[in-house]
Design a protein around this ligand. Structure first.
Ligand code: PGA
Length: 246
């Protein structure tokens, strides 16, 4: 299976900056053997979609509405994302769970909406520092997985990506010990197998840098990485993508 590298640009770039960075990504990842996915914000999606046409890159979105196209002010439908050429949609990122108070119910609805348009949901799961300290990490993750697939049986999903993103490692520079990452990957994999999820790729995310990328892809056995901060610079992102073969 190709390794998947997802650049999550969050709300960090103005449209002109996103277009410029997208152009350098096209140039840098020409003929890439990996699945390289870029998730700009909604405002830049249409322009980046044009830039990515006939490139070797895939387009992702950072979120999608749980509702079908209609009278939902401020929402963006999976249908419209699909028509722009979006292939992946990040769902339930911890920043949305925390800052926007997204519930398991809403996340579950979003997975359903996205899957109905044949887009691939990238479900983010992860425990916070207190939950880890209290020994609750595994149960938190299992709870998030169960909640996310509540409204549609996991076995009906064609393809899903799950990103393990410990909240205490996101944007903090704090490294997740590869041993912890390995254990969490096994927990997620076991849950997916029991739920009947057929094609599931499991990614790691949280302060991924060139010097730690290999440990998650190597021994810990992740199928790819979800990268925030380091994806805003083409060179650091390129080094992460290339690090896996070392
Ligand atoms: P980070 O973000 O790489 O900046 O820690 C990862 C993420 O939030 O997906």
């Amino acid at each position: 299976m190709k390794k998947i590298f997802i650049a999550n640009w969050k709300m960090q770039l103005a449209p002109t900056e996103a277009e410029k960075l997208a152009q350098s990504f096209v140039h840098t990842f020409k003929d890439t053997k990996n699945e390289v996915v870029v998730c700009p914000d909604f405002l830049s999606l249409a322009a980046v979609s044009k830039i990515f046409k006939s490139s070797d890159l895939s387009l992702g979105a950072q979120d999608a509405s749980a509702f079908e196209r209609g009278a939902y002010t401020g929402e963006v439908s999976a249908f419209d994302l699909s028509s722009l050429g979006v292939k992946y949609v990040i769902i339930g990122h911890s920043e949305r769970r925390t800052c926007m108070e997204e519930s398991d119910k809403l996340i579950s609805g979003k997975i359903k909406a996205v899957s109905a348009e044949k887009l691939i949901p990238v479900l983010c799961v992860g425990e916070n520092a207190t939950e880890r300290k209290q020994g609750k990490a595994a149960s938190v993750i299992r709870g998030q997985l169960k909640g996310a697939f509540k409204s549609l049986p996991a076995k009906n999903l064609r393809s899903v990506v799950i990103a393990y993103e410990p909240i205490w490692a996101i944007g903090t520079g704090v490294n997740c010990d590869p041993l912890i990452a390995t254990r969490m990957k096994t927990i997620i994999k076991d849950w997916c197998e029991r739920a009947g999820l057929k094609k599931t790729a499991i990614l790691y995310g949280g302060s991924v840098k060139t010097d730690n990328a290999t440990s998650f892809l190597g021994k810990a056995g992740y199928d790819g990485l979800l990268i925030g901060g380091a994806s805003l610079y083409v060179d650091s992102f390129k080094n992460i993508v290339n690090a896996k073969s070392k």
